[in-house]
Design a protein around this ligand. Sequence first.
Ligand code: PXP
Length: 239
Amino acid sequence: MGYVKLGVNIDHVATLRQARGEKNPDTVEAARVVYSSGGDMVVMHLRQDRRHIQDSDLERVRHDVKGLIHLEMAATSEMEKIALIVRPDSVCLVPEGPRELTTQGGMKLDKKNPELEKIIKKLSGAGMEVSVFTDPDPKAIRAAHNMGADSIELCTKKYAESWGKKLQADELEQLQLAGHLVKELKMELHAGHGLDYYNVAPVARIEGMDCLNIGFSIISRGMFVGLKTAVSEMKRLIQ
Ligand code: PXP
């Protein structure tokens, strides 16, 4: 197994801050802890409703902290503009529905999508590594590849929800098969959503896995053991 990078999603540090509309907990401080505890990237999801991460979080982390930034964003022209200004090192294009509590699955890519292709090419041309969040679905993976994406982030939501149930082995197999296809297409392989300290190891061990993006479980555990310990424990589990 090669080195698996850990992207730590700090959205829910901002969720807590937004609850009081004050300055703490500060995402810049969180980003510093992530990098100093073995996190390879800080991940932020700038949602269209701005319910947690704000534009200023992105700008401040980019400006005040040294380290890789991965931006999760809807494939809209508003988000494209922001990415071109803030210049994260990489982006992941994610579907976003109104009133959802969190992302509900990967991009449905079964027909031509010239708008998406345009955004992929624009961001990639500006030097960002572009990934597309897909379910472990060969059609979607091939479509993202044909549109010029560099990486696929496989949605692990169904796998995470099947933990401890009969379906779990099937969901893991789907991810393994999809991972195989991603590597065959010579793309980077990422995965994320719903991964935690119990279910992460089998996903980290998928052949060719390059990076896992994990947020909620790490920030939640950080409440009790501290963010530094929560990040380094996760890092140890995925190696
Ligand atoms: N990857 C993507 C594309 C996401 O949308 C999210 C949630 O914002 C995550 C990873 C992290 O998911 P979780 O918070 O469940 O670890």
